[in-house]
Design a protein around this ligand. Structure first.
Ligand SMILES: [Ca+2]
Length: 329
């Protein structure tokens, strides 16, 4: 009887430890429209829809993907490179808690950022204007009121109601590509790829959504990626449910997931898991783009763009929601 009780206790302890800290496992994948160019940056809304921009000089799109757990998700174009010219491609996308979408276009010089109303209309907000004189790339929201966009060595902050710049901080490493906000301690992370061969993730601290001007460059190399010139890291994301940093590692073509300890100058990271796609239907990721993690309550849903033309879906627990996929398959 005692042995049985101990056995049951062990089972309960194992099950309990599985709730958090479990590795991500492949769930399914779906292809993206090849006419739009390679799928790159990702964002998600509070109802489970995902958003991505495709990176292409002429065919770039900002795309809303409904029912992303389906094998055949539906997609809707929010804006195109013909609506707003880009010379390189759309680079950043963020979605606020009301479903408003912010997309940035990389012109190679002065950049535009546009705001669109929530699905299904995605009407451009004509009262929102960012015509920056600097080259802005990836973006993230610090709150529903504050949009942050990286420039090559700095971060600029904008009022989400009208696009007015509220702060700009400088002093970072050149060739920053994307931004992620840590909602638990207010730190900001920037991913950069540098033609000198140093590719990494930096940390900025000291500011808050209410005082973004107080951010300063704190750590150049929180994570060091590798030495493939111009290809080290592109997309970056903060997984708020697990308190982890997700870095698209283009040197090794995989998503590297790090646990984070401490904050500011005392922050450090440890590799938790790398996802190279070997367990997916289509095999290894050919060109890692970006990722987004969605808190589903009892598990985390993870989407990864492979710029060869697909989006991979992973989960760290049993997917319990009733959706099209579970009803028909
Ligand atoms: Ca990102």
């Amino acid at each position: 009887m005692l042995r049985k009780s101990l056995g049951l206790l062990c089972v309960i302890m194992v099950l309990g430890s599985m709730a958090f800290g479990q590795s991500f496992v492949f769930h399914h994948e779906f292809g993206t429209n090849s006419d739009y160019g390679p799928p790159y940056a990702l964002a998600a809304d509070s109802s489970g829809g995902i958003y991505n921009v495709t990176f292409d000089s002429t065919n770039s799109r900002a795309v809303y993907i409904a029912n992303p757990l389906s094998d055949t998700p539906t997609s809707q174009v929010i804006t195109t490179a013909s609506d707003f010219p880009v010379s390189r491609g759309l680079q950043g996308i963020a979605v606020d808690s009301s479903g408003n979408v912010y997309a940035s276009g990389d012109t190679g010089g002065a950049t535009w950022v546009k705001k669109f109303g929530a699905a299904p209309s995605f009407t451009e907000d004509s009262g929102f204007t960012i015509g920056s004189t600097t080259r802005l790339l990836g973006c993230d929201l610090l709150s529903d009121n504050v949009l942050g966009c990286v420039s090559f060595a700095g971060i600029e902050f904008f009022n989400t109601s009208n696009g007015t710049q509220t702060a700009a901080v400088t002093g970072g490493v050149n060739y920053q590509r994307d931004l992620a906000f840590n909602s638990s301690n207010n730190d900001l992370y920037t991913a950069y790829n540098n033609s000198t061969g140093s590719n990494s993730c930096s940390l900025w601290s000291g500011g808050t959504p209410a005082s973004p001007a107080s951010y300063s460059f704190t750590k150049a190399d929180l994570v060091t990626i590798g030495s493939v010139a111009s290809l080290g890291s592109q997309g970056i994301e903060y997984d708020a449910r697990n308190g982890r940093l997700l870095i698209a590692n283009k040197t090794d073509q995989r998503l590297d997931i790090y646990t984070i300890s401490g904050s500011g100058s005392g922050a450090s990271v440890n590799l938790f898991q790398s996802i190279d796609g070997a367990d997916s239907t289509g095999g290894n990721i050919g060109s890692i783009g970006d990722s987004v993690a969605i808190d589903k309550g009892t598990y985390t849903l993870l989407f990864i763009t492979d710029m060869t033309g697909r989006i991979l879906v992973y989960s760290d627990g049993a997917i319990t929601e009733v959706d099209e996929w579970s009803l028909y398959y």
